[in-house]
Design a protein around this ligand. Structure first.
Ligand code: NAG
Ligand code: NAG
Ligand code: NAG
Ligand code: NAG
Ligand code: NAG
Ligand code: NAG
Ligand code: NAG
Length: 456
């Protein structure tokens, strides 16, 4: 391709220089030929003058890379003499100046030089000289490359070297390339190539070197040929040990789970071959192996308030291990709403009033209606000073100090959000078995000034 480009450039420049003076009389379409051993190559020449109006005299010579020059053919427009040594392999038919070389062999490589004198009949005494050179290479196509690995077995990261070799049975001027998982490899840390790239030396082997390898061979006369795939297995790890859980709340090294909840933890680490895992409890003075395998199941009622757990991953081939430790805390996680309520200052006064009214209404209904006996009351913060001012008159509930005390939070899936649970729906809750409740202590500070007036 490049050669062709260069030829085009050369031809263009020749044309450019000759356009004014004299047009190009002969043209060589290709100045480089990649010949295949045993096959033919045609060094073609196009003439750009009427052959009947001229006398020509010329030679084709072969200049070997060593510099030895042999005249292959001498010719005029009517006759030609071919070197005896080449008479079976050269085809030349004057006045056509193209030269066909058959049954190419390695010795045919080199430059082929065309030397031409042209004398036009109408310009007596004037001889125009033309010279062209064509370069010919002779190659053997490459056979399918064979990939080999040493050692042939799986290796341990950082402890071994691997040598890859690629060879071809046939092929000249072969270029080799290496692919790992179909990505070409170049010189980099740990990758060393032999001079002709036929050998790849990986030292030391790392986790990233694990993969599928191919070697690729090609030359000027062959398409790219791929070797078969070969895997390199590297034992490594464990790395990046992590503990996750679908339940609970993770804050740094602390997992918080609700009381009574069943929590699953999963330990995972990147490792080859897969790790073996053990779970260790450090709650008591002595550490204790609780379970083997990546999964840990913890029933929170079995826990003291906080316990330390440790997951240990061990790779029995690399003889390396990795650990992750966390503290498990049992506490009411609550919902977002609860947290919101606890943070009294951020509750809007209006919402507090509505909630208070709702609660009071329910309490009233509880006492007044025989059909309505809610045992649990949805409670929200009783924002005293504000409610005191804006709340309408309610009989039987004049003194808000009575509202302080221990309340139970009832979380009704779906209902809690809307805060529209009626007293009747609360009554129905008695039959709901699996609802979540949380004892909630609702003592708040009684603001100083109002409390003073209240106590009076
Ligand atoms: C010269 O010979 C070659 C090969 O024999 C042929 O391809 C080409 O067309 C010939 N050129 C002319 C002008 O006859
Ligand atoms: C000589 O002949 C060639 C081709 O026949 C023609 O192109 C050229 O113009 C001629 N030159 C003269 C001086 O007649
Ligand atoms: C791996 O190659 C390095 C040189 O690159 C050499 O020092 C080391 O001894 C080799 N290790 C093994 C296990 O052959
Ligand atoms: C070897 O491969 C590298 C790229 O991986 C390339 O740059 C270099 O030219 C190659 N050398 C030979 C002799 O093919
Ligand atoms: C941990 O994460 C993995 C992948 O992200 C997931 O497949 C697995 O179910 C999780 N385990 C738990 C207990 O959440
Ligand atoms: C290493 O552990 C794997 C599973 O984790 C097990 O299949 C294998 O037998 C163990 N090998 C040795 C040598 O203990
Ligand atoms: C743990 O046990 C050791 C003896 O096995 C004892 O000396 C130490 O005081 C114990 N620590 C606690 C916190 O119980």
């Amino acid at each position: 391709m490049e050669a062709r480009g260069r030829t085009a450039l050369y031809v263009c420049s020749v044309l450019f220089f000759l356009t004014d003076a004299s047009p190009e009389l002969i043209h060589v379409p290709s100045s480089v030929h990649h010949g295949i051993e045993g096959k033919s190559v045609l060094l073609s020449v196009e003439t750009r003058f009427p052959l009947e109006d001229v006398e020509i005299q010329g030679t084709w010579s072969h200049i070997r890379p060593s510099g030895i020059r042999t005249t292959l053919v001498s010719f005029t427009e009517e006759t030609s003499i071919t070197d005896m040594m080449y008479r079976n392999r050269l085809l030349f038919k004057e006045p056509n100046m193209s030269l066909l070389i058959r049954k190419l062999n390695q010795d045919d490589e080199g430059d082929y030089h065309l030397n031409l004198n042209i004398a036009f009949h109408n310009k007596t005494g004037q001889v125009i000289k033309e010279e062209r050179t064509v370069h010919v290479t002779v190659d053997v196509p490459v056979s399918t490359p064979v990939i080999e690995k040493s050692p042939s077995y799986a290796v341990v990261e950082d402890k071994a070297n691997v040598t890859w070799t690629c060879s071809v049975e046939r092929g000249t001027r072969v270029t080799f390339q290496w692919l790992q998982d179909n990505v070409a490899l170049g010189p980099s840390y740990g990758h060393h190539f032999s001079h002709d790239n036929s050998t790849l030396f990986i030292s030391p082997v790392r986790k990233e070197d694990k993969g599928t390898y191919h070697c690729v061979a090609s030359n000027a006369v062959s398409q790219v040929r791929y070797s078969r795939a070969m895997d390199l297995n590297v034992y490594y790890g464990p790395y990046n040990l992590e503990v996750n859980s679908s339940q609970g709340l993770r804050t740094g090294e602390v997992f918080t789970i609700n009381p009574g909840e069943l929590a699953f933890f999963e330990c995972q680490a990147d490792s080859n071959p897969p790790n073996s895992y053990v779970w260790i409890s450090k709650s008591r003075n002595a550490t204790q192996v609780i379970t083997e395998g990546p999964r840990l199941e913890v029933r929170s009622y079995r826990l003291a308030q906080a316990e330390e757990y440790l997951c240990r991953a061990f790779n029995n081939v690399t003889q390396k291990q990795n650990e992750a430790q966390f503290t498990l805390v049992v506490a009411s996680l609550g919902t977002g709403k609860e947290k919101h309520t606890q943070d009294g200052s951020s509750v809007s006064p209006l919402a507090a009033i509505i909630c208070s009214l709702f609660v009071i209404g329910c309490i009233l209904l509880f006492f007044l209606s025989r059909n309505c006996h809610p045992k649990r009351v949805l409670m929200s913060i009783y924002n005293r000073p504000l409610s005191e001012q804006k709340r309408p008159h309610r009989s039987g509930h004049e003194d808000a100090t009575e509202d302080f005390g221990i309340y139970e939070f009832v979380s009704i899936p779906g209902k809690m959000e809307s805060a529209q649970a009626s007293c009747r729906s609360l009554a129905r809750l008695e039959s709901v078995q699996d609802m979540h409740t949380t004892i909630y202590d609702v003592i708040r500070h009684v603001p100083e000034t109002p409390s003073h007036s209240l106590l009076n």
